[in-house]
Design a protein around this ligand. Structure first.
Ligand code: AMW
Length: 149
């Protein structure tokens, strides 16, 4: 069984958490190590399209994922971000929360992380050559899955 993430079919090997209504996957092009995504299982485009039970499940899953990601990647803070619609920078038409572990000095200007999020997957920046290998992504997902067993 594969997962749907907008136009993408996602292999179970890169998914590290599945709840009743949500799932979390590793990123093919992380802005920082440990940059992952949490999505509703139902492939809706906008946050306002989610039912209340889906919002609750998505945010509970996001909270659990944040705790694990901060610990596993030795972060000291977290950035949560959602680009909700094309003018907000959304490229995949399926609601997703970005979860990124943060460390002191990881960006010279702290909020530059939002510039990076905005541009990292735009067409001119996002060639196949810049994506991680399936093996690397599966290994990361396997390491993260352990925390949820
Ligand atoms: W958006 O700009 O829509 O807020 O973010 C899309 C995110 O999904 C980016 O971080 C991008 O790297 C990631 N991404 C896109 N396609 C895949 C995929 N097939 N597997 C893993 N991550 C993906």
């Amino acid at each position: 069984m594969s997962f749907r993430f907008g136009q993408h079919l996602i292999k179970p090997s890169v998914v590290f958490l599945k709840t009743e209504l949500s799932f979390a996957l590793v990123n093919r092009k992380p802005v920082v190590p440990g940059h992952v995504l949490v999505c509703p299982l139902r492939p809706v485009e906008r946050f306002c399209d989610l039912r209340p039970d889906e919002v609750a499940d998505l945010f509970q899953a996001t909270q659990r994922v944040g705790t694990v990601i901060e610990k596993h990647f030795h972060g000291t803070s977290l950035t949560f971000s959602m680009q909700d619609g094309p003018e907000a920078g959304q490229t995949v038409k399926h609601v997703h929360v970005h979860v990124l572990p943060r460390k002191p000095g990881d960006f010279h200007r702290n909020d530059s992380i939002y510039d990076e999020l905005q541009k990292h997957d735009k067409e001119e920046e996002d060639s196949r050559a810049s994506w991680r290998s399936e093996e690397e992504m599966a290994a990361e997902a396997a390491a993260l899955r352990v925390y949820f067993q």
